[in-house]
Ligand binder design. Structure first.
Ligand code: GLV
Ligand code: MG
Length: 321
């Protein structure tokens, strides 16, 4: 995976593209990514206005290091082609990714890839720079998630869409992102999250959890986020300023875990190169090549989250060979 594809996405803030006040507010929040939405948070009568407002917001700047993404309408509507053309022709150089909702097969992603390539060619934009994030949000998409994940080199992430997904499978609940009432012995989303995560990782993509609509319930948000973060998900959509800090914290490693991961990398590097051993003891812990791989992931997430190590490795006292 190119470095560009590994950017932090701990908190991905979705804001209605038709609301300039929300777009302005988004620029003040410490989120890793913004999703300027032209789909379900924009009324049908406002779609044209949203396109213009999104182009204006992108070209006016002020987004700092935040990843700038735009969610276009899904391919069953009459809006998608114009969404893509207007936004990329109007602000392609200021756009990092397009989010394609309600993807149901690889061909949806391929369509967007080809259209992007044409627009880039015609407008002198860097070929292939704009990424794609595919939302997996119905039963058909989940059955084809492996082929969707492999559909284009532009893909950067798979994003779970719990609201549409719950509707699609007729889950007996109206509280989006929360466990359905009566399901007490497990996580009703585990199967879905795991399939998305495995398909994403098999193709070098990030996996992003979807929104939690009870925006006042930060504890509930945190609980839901911890479930997907502990499986390996890289971040979650947020809808409200109060969810941002929780998301940034949950999807980054703790300082202690980050320090530990960097220590493992140093200890293993020292063992294999200086001591020429494939295994080493770090405190009471036996490390081998697989430990290095696990530590690489935690170290990469920590660095992307801006953590700095607070411990350095001392071969004389930290490790035994
Ligand atoms: C997001 O798009 C969702 O459907 O949850
Ligand atoms: Mg949706």
């Amino acid at each position: 995976m190119a470095d560009e594809r590994q950017r932090a996405r701990r908190s991905c803030l979705s804001v209605p593209g038709s609301n300039p006040r929300f777009l302005e507010k988004a620029q003040t929040l410490p989120v890793d990514a913004v999703i300027l939405d032209m789909e379900d948070s924009v009324a049908p009568s406002e779609k044209d206005r949203a396109r213009a407002a999104v182009v204006e917001a992108l070209t006016s700047g002020g987004w700092g290091e935040r990843l700038r993404t735009v969610r276009v309408n899904d391919l069953t509507t009459e809006w998608t082609y114009r969404d893509v053309i207007d936004v990329v022709e109007g602000a392609g150089a200021e756009l990092d990714c397009l989010v394609l909702p309600k993807v149901t097969a690889a061909r949806d992603v391929m369509w967007l890839d080809q259209l992007l390539t044409q627009i880039e060619r015609a407008n002198g934009l860097a070929l292939g720079r704009i990424g794609i994030e595919a939302q997996i949000e119905d039963a058909a998409a989940l059955t084809r998630v492996e082929e969707i994940a492999a559909a284009s080199p532009r893909l950067e992430s798979l994003v779970f869409g719990p609201a549409d997904f719950m509707a699609s499978i007729a889950m007996k609940s109206l509280v989006v992102g929360e466990q359905p009432p009566g399901y007490t012995d497990g996580d009703a989303y585990h199967y879905v999250l795991m399939r998305i995560l495995v398909a994403a990782r098999a193709n070098g993509l990030q996996a992003i959890d979807g929104p939690y609509l009870q925006i006042k319930d930060v504890d509930g948000f945190t609980r839901a986020a911890q479930r997907s973060a502990s499986l390996g998900f890289d971040g979650k959509w947020v809808l409200h300023p109060e969810q941002v800090e929780a998301s940034n914290a949950v999807y980054a490693p703790t300082q202690a875990d980050y320090d530990h991961a960097e220590l493992i990398l140093d200890a293993y590097e020292y063992a294999t190169t200086v001591r020429r051993r494939g295994a080493v003891m770090l405190g009471g812990e036996m490390l081998d090549e697989a430990s290095r791989k696990m530590a690489l992931t935690a170290a990469a997430k920590g660095r992307a989250a801006g953590l700095h190590r607070t411990r350095t490795f001392d071969p004389a006292t930290d490790a035994a060979y």
